[in-house]
Design a protein around this ligand. Structure first.
Ligand code: ADP
Ligand code: ZN
Length: 609
């Protein structure tokens, strides 16, 4: 903002003139007002909720420079590029800055020519920087991705804990901590470590209505993955989360064979390889990243349309954080979780064996159990996941798998007894596939080698399919009556939980898995009817995207920093013929209007040019 003219303006005016928005969203106004009054704030808002504006606006409207602590260089650079597009004098100070760039930046800082400075915690805590910043006039300090202070979170960064010293070095400067992690424990930890006892705690709803949740039991994981990509992924990016490095390599190789552009990402890549992948990912190219959880924070590409979990995450928190990377632009995005009884049994087994203190094991176990319940739930999946964070949704979401295709349940006690007898009589050493074979009375080499066909349970379940029996076994694992008995995937009974079932006490409600083929067909339809542009508007939209790609290439920034898809779509719908008509479109601020207005209006006038 040349000459700091925003300092005299109200946040609402700056919202319109700089960012092009007419209204605040959700808790933005409350957070901003508190900071304007000089108070501390802890803001918990889901990904894509609009956290950045909450510090950007008061940083511009209060006198002095806004200081934003951020854990990742990629995150800082996106924010800086975005703000510069809006005409704000933003900069980032981190370890990758070249010597000359750093000199220029220091000079600008000395002359108070920066409105918002992004900084890594290491840089900020270096004594020279700290001494310098103490002499500057600061409007506020924002701590982005604040859950990094907590060892309970999944992105713990030791440097973040040192941020406790901010309050002594910058007394009286309002601070805002921002995170998308909803966990209560993390929240308390955060307030304590950052020493913000009087902070106004604002918690937004974590409901993301544009996320379409679905979970499928694994029958043939690669076929299920391909079907998901075919029906739910037409543009933008997709992220496929896997439980191990090996799997990321294998699955991305498989997808490339099938003609998809897929790249593996895991902690074993060299820094250079990682950087190359991130650059490609941020370029706006349509592609699939097959990743471990190492691919996480800083992934703020807005058009991730699909997130698939090939393996079950170990907590609802991790699950929700990972699927939260989809649909940041507010447009529809799909999340598909593939899970199997083996994942569940193995996760429980390893947790029992893990060398962690009991108190920690206890917390991990309760999270894991919640996650397992979430996979098998027959109720609204959105509602169930939000309940894990203590949020109560009044009505069902209407668009998760269980809402759209309600699941039939039945009393499964008899089936359970057959399964448990087969497990017990075969010596509690075989996995679900073989147990299903025994029940079906199928002869093969293993059955004969162990003489399993001599057992009384052999063939007692002929009337049902093998898949059907595996569905029962999987649910008994989730329920806890069946568990992993050894390191080789052998199933065993949990005596305590199995006993009442074997005695036939009470009911056991099991669900009948939906016919997958049918579900897929309906999904494909839902995705296709999504765009509501006329064919002429689609031509405009495509022309605008072509222009944006070219413009982004010239400026060497990701295309979405210029305009999001949603903004281009709104422009195609509104077909503005003048700059002032264009200025009314949501997401078109003054600076972008000046920069791009003419080009955009020209395209609307003549999209073929
Ligand atoms: P978060 O950091 O919480 O993940 P962002 O700050 O990146 O979310 O905002 C997500 C998207 O919402 C951005 O595209 C942003 O421009 C948009 N946005 C934020 N606030 C508003 C608002 N008041 N009106 C319209 N769009 C908004
Ligand atoms: Zn639902």
């Amino acid at each position: 903002m040349p000459d700091h003219d925003t300092e005299m303006m109200s946040p609402r005016d700056v919202l319109k003139s700089v960012f092009g928005f007419d209204h605040f969203r959700g808790l933005q106004e409350e957070a901003i007002n508190a900071l304007m009054r000089g108070e501390d704030v802890l803001l918990l808002m889901p990904t894509g909720g609009g956290k950045s504006l909450c510090y950007q606006l008061p940083a511009l409207c209060r006198p002095g420079m806004g200081l934003v602590v951020s854990p990742l260089i990629a995150l800082m650079e996106d924010q800086v590029a975005g703000l510069r597009q809006a005409g704000v004098r933003a900069a980032a100070l981190h370890s990758e800055l070249a010597y000359e760039e750093r000199l220029v930046l220091w000079e600008q800082l000395r002359r108070s020519e920066i409105d918002i400075l992004f900084i890594s915690p290491e840089r900020l805590l270096a004594s020279a920087t700290l001494e310098f910043l103490k002499k500057c006039s600061l409007s506020l300090i924002a701590i982005d991705e604040a859950h990094c202070v907590s060892a309970w979170g999944h992105d713990f960064r030791p440097e973040y804990r040192e941020l406790s010293i901010l309050v002594t070095h910058f007394p009286g400067i309002p601070r805002i901590a921002l995170t998308a992690t909803a966990d209560e424990r993390t929240r308390l930890d955060l307030l304590k470590v950052l020493d913000m006892p009087r902070a106004l705690v604002l918690t937004a709803s974590f409901h993301r209505p544009n996320l379409y949740l679905e979970a499928q039991p694994k029958y043939s994981e690669t076929r299920q993955l391909i079907t998901a990509l075919e029906t739910k992924f037409t543009e933008g990016a997709a992220i496929i989360y896997c439980g191990s490095r090996r799997r990321t390599e294998r699955i991305s190789a498989f997808l490339n064979e099938k003609g998809y552009t897929a790249l593996p990402f895991h902690a074993g890549l060299s820094p250079l390889e990682k950087k190359a992948l991130l650059t490609r990912f941020r370029s706006g190219e349509s592609l699939i990243v097959v990743a471990t959880i190492a691919f996480g924070m800083g992934i703020d590409r807005p058009d991730v349309r699909l997130v698939v979990h090939m393996d079950m995450p170990h907590s609802p928190e991790a699950y929700y954080q990972q699927i939260g990377r989809a649909g940041r632009d507010g447009e529809r995005a799909q999340a598909l979780l593939l899970y199997g009884g083996d994942d569940v049994a193995r996760a429980r087994y390893w947790l029992d064996q893990a060398a962690v203190p009991d108190s920690e094991r206890h917390v991990m176990r309760s999270r894991l159990e919640k996650m397992i319940a979430l996979t098998e739930t027959v109720h609204c999946r959105t509602k169930t996941v939000l309940a894990c964070f203590g949020e109560e949704m009044e009505v069902s979401c209407g668009h998760c798998d269980n809402c759209r295709y309600p699941v039939a349940t039945f009393n499964g006690i008899e089936a359970a007894q057959k399964v448990m007898s087969a497990i017990y009589r075969s010596g509690e050493r075989f996995g679900s596939v073989l147990i299903a074979h025994i029940l079906r009375g199928r002869r093969n080499e293993v059955i004969e080698r162990y003489q399993l066909d001599k057992l009384s349970v052999f063939g007692i379940g002929k009337e049902k399919s093998e898949l059907w029996w595996r569905m029962i076994i999987r649910q008994l694992v989730a329920n806890g009556a069946v568990k992993l008995g050894n390191d080789h995937g052998g199933l065993a009974l949990d005596r305590e939980k199995a006993r009442p079932l074997l005695r036939g006490e009470g009911e056991l409600s099991l669900k009948e898995d939906n016919n997958l083929a049918q579900t897929y067909g309906r999904f494909a339809e839902a995705v296709r009817t999504e765009t509501n542009l006329t064919s002429y508007e689609q031509i405009l939209f495509a022309a605008l995207k072509d222009w944006r790609r070219e413009e982004a290439r010239e400026q060497d920034i990701p295309p979405y920093i210029i305009f999001h898809d949603a903004v281009l779509r709104d422009i195609a719908l509104a077909k503005p013929r003048t700059l002032s008509e264009l200025g009314v479109v949501k997401g078109v601020g003054k600076s972008k209007l000046e920069r791009y207005g003419k080009a955009v209006v020209d395209i609307i006038e003549n999209p073929q040019a």
